[in-house]
Ligand binder design. Structure first.
Ligand code: FAD
Length: 369
């Protein structure tokens, strides 16, 4: 038996694609998909992996409106619309695909740990023990599989404070990203009255007060907050026949902190060939994960003045066009194009780099007078 820990998109998609005929998923919650801690945005690339039924799509994003700290706006018209999904139903949809193939699910059963037993392993859950030949840790940011295997590594997290709420002045189809709260904040309309509204960053009192500011007097319908692991290029993905995928493997792109698609891609590679899983997943994802991480580190080092400058640069049509036409899941494909076309980005990049070396305040005092 292959044991998959976690019925999120990574675990269920892996189970769906796995050719072995004896696969069991263990999910600690009694229902799959709840509680939701996600905005549910997916780019068009998801269609390469699954056709998304209409009833899972809550709304579509045609346009991103980015707002700089000084209030300047830029718009990115998406060549291909993004989907805003009912995340709980999406998780159940992927799980159902696996179940239709004969995969078994044990709900309300928490993985606690394992020990070696004969040629395989004996796993211990909150209910009993099972013999298994392979363990797939798809158990999210704080992966108990990674901990039990001794490959948890040195991971860090950001917190996404998010609520589904009644929010004023919504423009359906237009998602707003603001750069003045947390690392960034978002307003993603479901329709003209309800939105998924959130802010992300290192979990501290400042972030919580930014969140309160963002919500203002809006009426919260559901809290959807959660933690996201920051990609760690040194994260181990395998020890013997124990593998990690998705958030458990820190496979999240740090620019937007989206991880659904990457988790599914990793699951797909693991199902295709476990011996080549690491090299395949590295070939497909490592470059973009790394580029996203570096972009995020640069953005987090920006002063307000530099954030304003960045938006000003991207207001230029030729630059916006590059962003409109590319899937942001794979930034390595367009970052070079942008750098080739826009000399001001080099200048900005260099001044942010100086921030990183000397600290934001010091640089503003020394150079930006
Ligand atoms: C506020 C917020 C907004 C986000 N927005 C987006 C977005 O718009 N787009 C996007 O792509 N990503 C987004 N993400 C990230 C996305 O939610 C994750 O990257 C994605 O859920 C990872 O999928 P996964 O299957 O790896 O892990 P998870 O979805 O976390 O699934 C792990 C599963 O394992 C189960 N589990 C955990 N421990 C155990 C155990 N010991 N035993 C049994 N079961 C266990 C959990 O209950 C869970 O069902 C967001 C995250 C947050 C917090």
């Amino acid at each position: 038996m292959i044991s998959v820990i976690g019925a999120g998109p990574a675990g269920s998609f892996y189970a769906y694609k796995e050719k072995h005929d004896d696969v069991t998923i263990f999910e600690e919650h009694k229902t799959c998909g709840d509680p939701v801690a996600c905005t549910g945005i997916l780019t068009d690339s998801v269609k390469q992996f699954v056709d998304i039924p209409r009833n899972l799509i809550v709304s579509k994003i045609r346009k991103f409106k980015m707002v700089s700290p000084n209030g300047k706006e830029m718009y990115i018209d998406l060549k291909k619309e993004n989907l805003v999904l009912d995340r709980a139903r999406f998780d159940r949809f992927i799980l159902d695909k696996a179940l239709d193939k004969g995969v078994k699910i044990n709900l309300g059963e928490k993985f606690l740990g394992y020990k070696k037993s004969g040629k395989g392993y004996s796993i211990k859950t909150s209910k009993r023990t099972y013999d298994t030949s392979m363990i797939v840790g798809a158990d999210g940011p704080f992966s108990q599989v990674a901990r039990s295997t001794g490959i948890y590594g040195n991971r860090t997290f950001v917190k996404g404070w998010q609520a589904r709420c009644k929010f004023p002045n919504l423009e359906p189809g237009v998602t707003e990203i603001h750069l003045n709260l947390g690392e960034f904040s978002w307003v993603v309309p479901e329709d003209d009255k309800i939105a998924r509204v959130g802010v992300i960053g290192i979990d501290n009192t400042k972030l919580k007060s930014d969140y309160k500011k963002l919500l203002g007097a809006s009426k919260v319908i559901e809290d959807q907050s959660g933690y996201i692991p920051v990609y760690n290029p040194k994260q181990r993905l395998r020890k013997e026949n124990v593998f990690l995928i998705g958030d458990a493997a820190t496979q999240v792109k740090a620019t937007t902190y989206g991880g659904i698609l990457y988790g599914m891609i990793a699951g797909n590679y693991l199902a295709m060939d476990k011996e080549d899983y690491i090299s395949n997943v590295n070939k497909k994802l490592a470059k973009d994960l790394w580029v996203s991480l570096k972009m995020r580190e640069m953005m987090n080092s920006m002063s307000e003045k530099q954030a304003n400058e960045m938006i000003e640069i991207f207001r230029k049509k030729s630059n916006t066009d590059i962003l409109s036409n590319h899937d942001r899941n794979f930034p390595s494909k367009f970052i070079v194009q942008l750098l080739m076309k826009e000399a001001k980005l080099w200048k900005l990049g260099f001044s942010i780099f100086r921030n990183r070396v000397f600290g934001k305040k010091g640089m503003e005092e020394m150079f930006i007078k």
